[in-house]
Write a protein that binds this ligand. Structure first.
Ligand code: ZN
Length: 256
């Protein structure tokens, strides 16, 4: 029987690649309909390949694929946006790399996620085309991602006893605030100021387009950075290398 080859056009963003052989590349692409997929781009690193630009990190393209077992083979690629500007700025590159790594952690093969796909596209657009602080863009992405995957933090009351009297701590294991009484019993939780709580609440319900007018004071930004990092690591049960690169880079800049 003749093998049936189904050519499948899908949009996608390149989250990762591995070079192998002389000129081949295996990609991890996030497709809004197919979720996370492995895609072989044959010969894409040859000097005159039409595919090379479409197989770079962050590239948003329309890919024609056919399925071969548990991966796909790319037969055509049409770049919709390469988000090239991200590569010209060290800060943007570091934060955007972390954002695509985090996306890769939460998407699964075979499970499309149109909402997350458009959140990622918007985020990459802000990195590429705006002068907004890449750290701010990243924190907005993180907060919206947490909400989307079911880890919206409880911020209006103590998660243990229900008290709505501050001051509070933030319990990364339970994903919410704990009041002073409960904190004193268990001593689990990070410091959290009212301003940080309000900022997270605001971002949770903010339309992504409002990011232009979002201002976060530096004292809150630092606390937000610490809490989001700890909360995400707890949820995905992993420390991402790209997140560590950001800390190393920031540490080096501070010492200078
Ligand atoms: Zn309590």
């Amino acid at each position: 029987m003749k093998e049936v080859i189904r050519h499948l056009p899908t949009k996608g963003v390149v989250l990762r690649y591995t070079n192998f052989n002389e000129a081949d590349r295996m990609l991890t692409i996030f497709s809004p309909e197919l979720g996370k997929i492995s895609v072989l781009a044959r010969g894409c690193r040859k000097a005159k390949s039409r595919f090379l630009a479409a197989t770079e990190l962050f590239c948003y393209g329309e890919y024609t694929l056919y399925r071969r077992g548990d991966f796909h083979i790319m037969t055509q690629a049409n770049i919709l946006d390469s988000f090239y500007e991200i590569r010209n700025d060290m800060d943007k590159l570091l934060y955007a790399s972390y954002v695509i790594n985090l996306t890769e952690e939460v998407v699964s093969p075979g499970q499309g996620d149109i909402h997350l796909f458009y959140l990622l596209l918007q985020t990459l657009s802000y990195f590429s085309y705006s002068d907004l602080d890449p750290e701010l863009i990243t924190h907005v992405f993180e907060i919206k991602l947490l909400d989307h995957i079911g880890y919206r933090p409880v911020l209006d009351k103590c998660i243990a006893c229900g008290s709505n009297k501050g001051p509070y701590h933030f319990d990364i294991r339970e994903g919410g605030l704990v009041c002073a009484n409960c904190y004193n019993t268990n001593i689990i939780g990070n410091n959290i100021q009212m301003g940080t709580i309000k900022t997270i609440e605001y971002v949770l319900d903010m339309d992504m387009n409002r990011i232009n007018v979002l201002k976060i004071p530096s004292s809150i930004k630092e606390e937000l950075d610490t809490i989001l990092k700890a909360y995400i690591e707890e949820r995905i049960d992993k420390k991402l290398k790209s997140r560590k690169f950001i800390d190393d880079f920031k540490g080096k800049n501070r010492k200078r």
